[in-house]
Design a protein around this ligand. Structure first.
Ligand SMILES: N[C@@H](CCC(=O)N[C@@H](CS)C(=O)NCC(=O)O)C(=O)O
Length: 202
């Protein structure tokens, strides 16, 4: 398998962690979607990373890739066997992805000249992040599907979203009132798959 993406993307990191956790061998192809001659559009018509190439198939959108990898029946399973519980875990993972997506929009907005930046857009995305984090904090406190005994897709998506917030210094005070998420992040960072994939500026 080939994973197409760049090291700073929280969505690419999520898939890297899943592959490492499941012990699936893969080749990482470093490609940025933002460069003019980016090859990413060959693998994902939407021009976004990650994309996963397996034989003749290319898979894209990290949620779909996660579902695809779950079909391989490798351990650990990242979704409960019960379909309703699995849907709940996937929904929590989507909340975490949404937090990361909103943070990414903030980062992109802040790259524009000061006068062109929309205060409304920045505020809107910040609200999504804070509401999303509150939902994740609540779920982590309940320990169902997130922050439970067995690692889930939602745990992985959440640690990637939190890592991206820290890396880009978006919503820097997020941890002050969210002790469950802090504990979850600390616990997840003890895993080799999570520690090895932490984004770095270099
Ligand atoms: N929902 C997508 C989001 C992927 C995404 O937004 N990736 C960013 C990098 S972090 C990207 O490739 N952006 C390029 C663009 O929007 O053109 C997923 O989960 O894979």
């Amino acid at each position: 398998m080939k994973l197409i993406g760049n090291y700073t993307s929280p969505f690419v990191r999520k898939i890297s962690i899943i592959l490492l956790e499941k012990g699936i061998t893969f080749e990482f192809v470093n490609a940025s979607p933002w460069e003019a001659d980016s090859p990413v559009g060959q693998f994902n018509p939407l021009g976004k990373v990650p994309a996963l190439i397996d034989g003749d198939d290319s898979w894209f959108d990290s949620a779909i890739i996660a579902d695809y990898l779950e079909l391989h029946n490798t351990t650990p399973p990242l979704l409960p066997a019960d379909r309703l519980q699995a849907l709940k875990v996937r929904q929590l993972a989507l909340v975490a992805d949404g937090v990361a997506e909103a943070a990414l929009l903030i980062v992109r907005e802040q790259m524009r000249p000061d006068a062109a930046q929309s205060a409304e857009q920045l505020a809107r995305q910040r609200e999504k992040i804070l509401r999303g984090l509150d939902r994740l904090e609540q779920a982590a406190g309940a320990g169902q599907g997130l922050n439970g005994e067995a690692i889930t897709l939602a745990d992985i998506a959440t640690v990637c979203a939190l890592g991206y917030l820290n890396f880009r210094r978006v919503a820097p005070g997020w941890c002050a009132s969210r002790p469950q998420l802090v504990r979850l992040a600390e616990k997840m960072l003890l895993r080799d798959s999570v520690a090895r994939t932490a984004p770095s500026a270099t």
